[in-house]
Design a protein around this ligand. Structure first.
Ligand SMILES: NC(=O)c1ccc[n+]([C@@H]2O[C@H](COP(=O)([O-])OP(=O)(O)OC[C@H]3O[C@@H](n4cnc5c(N)ncnc54)[C@H](OP(=O)(O)O)[C@@H]3O)[C@@H](O)[C@H]2O)c1
Length: 280
C-alpha cells in the first residue's frame, strides 16, 4: 500500500523491516525528520497503517507499507520484487525486525525457534543480498543491521540461540563492512542493550535482571544512535555508556569472565519462554 507516492518524490528512501513499532518505528522517525521517504514492512497491516499515518502527519514524508511475515519462505524475494516493481529505489536498508525466545532450549517450541532464526538471520541476509547490488552499482548506500549487546558476549544460557543469532548479525556486518570498503556502501550493526519495547514480553525475557534492574535507554535514544552511526558509516554502534562498557568487557580476554557477568545479568527463572509469555 502506498499512502503517498514514494517513488516520484526527489527524496532518498529507507526501507525498514519492523518499522511499525519499537526501535524500528523510532528509526523511521529519525529518517523521516532527516528528509527520507519510508518503506515499512511488518506483519500487522493495522499497525503499519497507524505508523504510516503518524509519520506522514508529523514529517510530511511519503510512506509505503508492505504487510509481510518475514519468517515465511520467499518473503524477502517477494518484498524486494514488489518494491522494485513499484519503481522505488532503496538508498538505505534497515534490517531491524527480530524476535527472541527465552527459556530452556530443550523445552522450547521448535517452530518458534526456527522462525526466530529465519527472521534474525535468513531474512536479514536475503534482503541485504537483494538490495546491495544496486547500491554498489550507484556507488552509494547504507545498510543498518540491528544486532544486540548480546552479540558481544560468548553465549547465554536460556537464550543461546537468540544470542548466537545476534553474533551472526555482528560478524556478518563486520565482514561486509570490510568487503565493501571503497564501494561507497557502508554497513552498520546497531547493538542495543535492554530497551523498553514489546520485544522482551514477546521473548519471555521480562524476568531477566537485564530487563528488570538495568538502566534502559528509550527506543528513541537507541534509534538516534543508530541513525547517526549509519550516516557516519561506522561499522558498530552500542548506544549508552554502561552498554559500551559491557561491550568492551565482552571483547576482552578472557571471554569467560564476560560470559559469567552476562549469565548473571540474563539469569531466567526455570519457566520456558512459552510459559513466561502466557503468564504476562
Ligand atoms: N528491545 C530490546 O531490548 C532489544 C535489545 C537488543 C536488540 N533488539 C533488537 O531490536 C530489533 C527491534 O526490536 P524491538 O525491541 O523494537 O521489538 P518490537 O517492539 O517487538 O518490534 C518488532 C518489529 O518487528 C516486526 N516483526 C516482528 N516479527 C515479524 C515478522 N515475522 N515479520 C515481519 N515483521 C516482524 C513487528 O511488527 P509485527 O509484530 O506487526 O510483525 C515490529 O514492527 C530486533 O531485531 C531485536 O532483536 C531489541
Amino acid at each position: 500500500m502506498t499512502t503517498k507516492d514514494v517513488k516520484n518524490e526527489k527524496l532518498p528512501t529507507v526501507l525498514i523491516t519492523g518499522g511499525s513499532k519499537g526501535i524500528g518505528f523510532e528509526l523511521a522517525k529519525q529518517f523521516a525528520m532527516h528528509g527520507y521517504n519510508l518503506v515499512l514492512a511488518a506483519r500487522s497491516e493495522a499497525d503499519l497503517k497507524q505508523a504510516a499515518g503518524q509519520l506522514e502527519n508529523e514529517y510530511g514524508c511519503g510512506v509505503s507499507t508492505y504487510p509481510f511475515d518475514l519468517t515465511a519462505d520467499d518473503s524477502s524475494t517477494e518484498l524486494h520484487r514488489q518494491v522494485i516493481d513499484e519503481g522505488i529505489q532503496v538508498d538505505v536498508l534497515v534490517n531491524n525486525a527480530g524476535m527472541g525466545d527465552v527459556g530452556p532450549f530443550a523445552k522450547s517450541d521448535l517452530n518458534r525457534q526456527l522462525n526466530m532464526l529465519r527472521l534474525n538471520i535468513v531474512t536479514l541476509t536475503s534482503l541485504t543480498r537483494l538490495f546491495l547490488p544496486a547500491m554498489i552499482e550507484r556507488g552509494n548506500g547504507r545498510v543498518l543491521n540491528v544486532a544486540s549487546l548480546a552479540a558481544y558476549f560468548a553465549g547465554g544460557s536460556n537464550w543461546a540461540s537468540y544470542v548466537a543469532s545476534k553474533h551472526y548479525v555482528l560478524a556478518f556486518t563486520r565482514g561486509m563492512a570490510r568487503e565493501l570498503a571503497g564501494t561507497g556502501v557502508k554497513v552498520t550493526a546497531l547493538c542495543p542493550g535492554a530497551t523498553p519495547t514489546s520485544f522482551a514480553g514477546q521473548a519471555g525475557a521480562n524476568a531477566m535482571p537485564i530487563y528488570r534492574w538495568m538502566p534502559r535507554l528509550t527506543p528513541a535514544k537507541v534509534a538516534l544512535a543508530g541513525y547517526r552511526a549509519t550516516m557516519a558509516g561506522r561499522t558498530t554502534s552500542v548506544p549508552g555508556l554502561l552498554n559500551k562498557v559491557f561491550a568492551l568487557l565482552g571483547e576482552l580476554p578472557p571471554r569467560s569472565i564476560a560470559q559469567w557477568v552476562f549469565e548473571i545479568l540474563s539469569r531466567t527463572p526455570s519457566a520456558t519462554a512459552t510459559e513466561t509469555r502466557r503468564a504476562l
